[in-house]
Design a protein around this ligand. Structure first.
Ligand SMILES: Nc1ncnc2c1ncn2[C@@H]1O[C@H](COP(=O)(O)OP(=O)(O)OP(=O)(O)O)[C@@H](O)[C@H]1O
Ligand SMILES: [Mg+2]
Length: 287
């Protein structure tokens, strides 16, 4: 399902002293089956945007088209959209509440009115998708590690079979190993199931490594967008939005001060950089 956002505005508590314009004339297009990242400093409007895309709030004005649905201020299609869009909020494990892992993951599909057989199938599928072993099913979610709890929460969203999966800072608070394991799982799901993934992150390394298109929000509007290669070329621009460069881009920029021709700056994995350098060395040695 393609997402087309046109002239989107969102104002919290309009007409009160607390009025706050969180989104301002925002325009964006997210292709079906893509993996995009939304970047921007705190307060730039990222969480507001994803709540609107997920149909959890109505915009003040503008339009979000998702497939054939239209979300506008008075649209009645928010409920229908929610069936297609799964959202994993920050620290989703805080919302776990059932006695067992299986019951927690089953909550959503059961609420959708699926038969018990279908619910069981969905739970098994979702646990497999996030790499939770079946014997954890009868355990209390609160006896698991932080990383496992987060997987249970994500499995609960995946059990609803969303076509669009939105994750708001899914790796916050996880250790580096847990972090990369979780994002690798998401990336695999995206590739295998052509699921559209929208990742909200403050981590430029994750954005560069996993997303194929980036949007940078500032003061509620999209100020910069493009492939990671395009966006991370705009170093001066990014500083303005208080955003860093990925570590690997900083390393390449540093190396490029010493070597010629420069290493391409659209390399975002150590493997790729290693291969590039080995190829170059081979050429030098054979001369
Ligand atoms: N429920 C709310 N009521 C009033 N104002 C809000 C509400 N939620 C967010 N805001 C305001 O709207 C603006 C955008 O907030 P939002 O949470 O969308 O930013 P964000 O980019 O997700 O920030 P962060 O990176 O800190 O999560 C901020 O100025 C925020 O204070
Ligand atoms: Mg937020």
């Amino acid at each position: 399902m393609e997402i087309v956002i046109k002239n989107l505005n969102h104002i919290y508590m309009p007409g009160t002293p607390f009025e706050r314009q969180a989104l301002q004339d925002l325009n964006m297009q997210i292709s079906s089956g893509s993996f995009v990242a939304i970047l921007g400093q705190t307060g730039s409007g990222k969480s507001t945007l994803i709540q609107l895309i997920a149909g959890l709030m109505s915009p003040t004005s503008g339009n979000i088209q998702i497939g054939s649905y239209h979300l506008t201020p008075n649209s009645k299609e928010r409920l229908a959209v929610r069936k297609h869009v799964g959202v994993v909020f920050q620290y989703p494990e805080h919302q776990l509440f059932e006695e067992t892992v299986v019951k927690d993951i089953a909550f959503g599909p059961r609420n959708q009115g699926l038969s018990e057989k279908e619910v069981t199938e969905r739970v098994q599928m979702a646990m497999e998708m996030v790499g939770l072993s079946p014997e954890l099913g009868d355990r209390s979610p609160f006896q698991l590690s932080g990383g496992q709890m987060r997987r249970v929460a994500i499995a609960g969203v995946l059990a609803l079979s969303p076509e669009i999966l939105i994750l708001d800072e899914p790796t916050a608070g996880l250790d580096p190993h847990g972090k990369s394991e979780l994002l690798n799982t998401i990336s695999k799901l995206h590739k295998e199931r052509q699921m559209t993934v929208i990742l909200v992150t403050h981590d430029m390394n994750d954005a560069a490594r996993f997303a194929d298109y980036l949007f940078v929000l500032a003061r509620g509007t999209c100020e910069l967008e493009g492939t990671p290669g395009d966006v991370f070329k705009e170093q001066d621009h990014l500083v303005q939005f208080a955003l860093d460069l990925p570590d690997i881009t900083r390393l390449i920029n540093q190396l490029n001060r010493q070597i010629h021709p420069p290493i391409p700056t659209n390399i975002f994995s150590m493997n790729e950089l290693e291969n590039h350098l080995i190829e170059r060395l081979k050429k030098v040695v054979s001369l």
